[in-house]
Design a protein around this ligand. Structure first.
Ligand SMILES: Nc1ncnc2c1ncn2[C@@H]1O[C@H](COP(=O)(O)OP(=O)(O)OP(=O)(O)O)[C@@H](O)[C@H]1O
Ligand SMILES: [Mg+2]
Length: 338
């Protein structure tokens, strides 16, 4: 990508200081067929993932995180209707032909799923699955074997010569997730989508997988979109954070700033529900109320029924995203001082 080609844009001098956007999601909306008709599960979502950086996607269950990631990798469920743009190297993933999407999958953009058990084929050896993309790319069998063993070694799977010939059931949960990371790395993608890559694992294994993802990002310079509702994870890994609520974005900014001084009442509620994010001694305050499903999105600001600061305007008028500080956007009529 040529960063200096944008000479007509007066802001390019400023933007050049930042890593160039690799993926630019613009006004992405996703409608899925539900029992009572189409439901807008992702509504007008815009954010970027910069080259070599990690963007974190947070929000409660049902907020649309997985659907957003699934749209990027191009594996939405049948019947999904997508609008908006996803700019990738001058192309739009939304309108890209399926054949080109397939070519991109694994090579340009790879995804690590929450449940490696479900994502791995129980009838195929780990080595075969990790090496599939290499084989499909025409690499000779011997070289595939060597590359796979090297990949397994790189993601910290011990005895890779033995392990590559084993099946998923012979792997522990943590090793399976490492194998998924190896599978994602096999295609040398520029962007890895990691959807709750650690929630199925116990805490110590979680920490190791996260350290692995961080190392991968730093060593290989890959960008990452990390989906998690674990703010402790985000505080460690995300350069940029995107907060979603009921299918919409309510706050975007640098990970440190958003988590240290949340501007949206929802982000604030999330942050104070996890004491370790802010201070080791603070008492966690549980989030008030329940998450709303996009099928029953309230009028105005979707968070208003749970918001202590809500006023009449919040019930009637949808707050638009607006800049409250450099690189910081919030969709709230009455944001906290950022
Ligand atoms: N295949 C599907 N068909 C119809 N609706 C779906 C489908 N998958 C998910 N949804 C709905 O889309 C909305 C967004 O779901 P999504 O899986 O993106 O949430 P999420 O933020 O990833 O939640 P979680 O933290 O639980 O993983 C939810 O309301 C969900 O019920
Ligand atoms: Mg999800």
């Amino acid at each position: 990508m040529n960063r200096s080609s944008n000479v007509t844009d007066p802001s390019s001098a400023v933007l050049d200081a930042e890593p160039a956007p690799l993926l630019r999601v613009e006004h992405l909306s996703i409608d899925l067929p539900g029992p009572a008709g189409q439901v807008r599960v992702v509504d007008d979502v815009s954010f970027t993932v910069a080259e070599g950086r990690t963007t974190g996607l947070i929000g409660e269950s049902g907020s649309g995180k997985t659907m957003t990631a699934t749209a990027i990798i191009g594996l939405l469920p049948a019947g999904a209707a997508v609008s908006g743009r996803m700019a990738w190297h001058g192309e739009d993933l939304v309108t890209m032909a399926e054949q080109d999407r397939r070519r991109l999958r694994g090579r340009g953009i790879a995804m690590i799923f929450q449940d490696p058990q479900a994502a791995l084929d129980p009838t195929q050896t780990i080595g075969r699955q990790v090496g599939e993309i290499l084989r499909r790319g025409g690499m000779p069998a011997k070289e595939v074997r060597r590359t796979v063993i090297d990949l397994l070694d790189r993601v910290g799977i011990p005895n890779p010569e033995t392990r590559h010939a084993q099946y998923p059931h012979q792997y522990s949960g943590g090793l399976r997730q490492r194998a998924m990371v190896a599978t994602a790395l096999a295609g040398s993608p520029q962007l890895i989508l990691a959807d709750e890559p650690t929630t199925a694992l116990d805490v110590t294994v979680q920490a190791r997988i996260l350290a692995l993802l961080r190392r991968v990002r730093d060593e290989e310079g890959m960008a990452m979109l990390l989906v998690s509702h674990d703010l402790r994870v985000m505080a460690h890994v995300a350069d940029e954070v995107v907060v979603m609520y009921a299918g919409r974005i309510c706050e975007v900014g640098s990970g440190r700033e958003v988590l240290n001084s949340p501007a949206h009442p929802y982000t604030r509620a999330l942050v104070v529900s996890v004491p370790a994010v802010r201070s080791k001694t603070a008492i966690a305050e549980p989030l008030p109320g329940n998450p709303v499903s996009p099928a029953e999105r309230p009028s105005g600001c979707p968070f208003h029924p749970r918001c202590a600061k809500a006023q009449d305007r919040c019930r009637s008028e949808v707050p638009q995203m607006r800049q409250v500080a450099a690189g910081r956007q919030v969709a709230c009529h009455f944001p906290e001082e950022a």
